[in-house]
Design a protein around this ligand. Sequence first.
Ligand code: ATP
Length: 233
Amino acid sequence: MANIVQFENVGLRYGTGPETLSDVSFTLATGAFYFLTGASGAGKTSLLKLLYLAQRPTRGIIRLFGEDAVTMPRDRLPGFRRRIGVVFQDFRLIPHLSAADNIALPLRVSGVSEAEIEAPVREMLAWVGLRDRADAKPPTLSGGEQQRIAIARAVITRPEMLVADEPTGNVDPDMADRLLHLFESLNRLGTTVVVATHDFQLLQRIPGAHMMRLDAGRLPDPTGSLRHPPRKP
Ligand SMILES: Nc1ncnc2c1ncn2[C@@H]1O[C@H](COP(=O)(O)OP(=O)(O)OP(=O)(O)O)[C@@H](O)[C@H]1O
């Protein structure tokens, strides 16, 4: 599949308000790395919600994994959502579950047997560098640690696409670098990655990444605004 995502003239309106997204058209190539930028309120979170099927558009066509995601019957949505990992700025971990149990959650929800859960959870904890924090509850972890647990949870099911909404907004610049490194290593393994961010420093970290800039709900370049981020001076 050359394109994992295709948006065609997509519009989104909440209730009777003005359009939050208008005539948004772009394609995401399978296996590529994208940054989504734009001023606060430009519609980044809204666009990501359309991507991970938490929101349906008011108009337009969205194709995901080669299928029409807008007219898809509701009972097929959960299966589709499992193919997409999501990471949020505020982590959204379950506070009373241990780090290991948070990471295991998507596998448990999909009915994977307990015997088959331990090894991948251990592998994920090691990958994010938190092997010794398996039993810790999220409130006792730092922001960077919580975000690494959230990333492990998002990718334990080996999603084809990872969508992250301001994932570095609550961590210091060194940790932001480290998180980006995790996204980059996933991308090298073939996962399509989409990261929404305000942080222009981040954009320069991945030279091969594409940049999509939303401007008041529109992507000014109708072919998808695929531009390389500015190079370091
Ligand atoms: N559930 C909702 N109901 C009504 N309006 C909404 C809803 N979600 C977002 N909006 C509006 O849509 C517009 C775009 O919001 P969105 O969160 O997508 O932007 P953003 O670019 O992610 O902003 P930020 O960078 O500040 O998070 C805003 O005007 C916002 O108030």
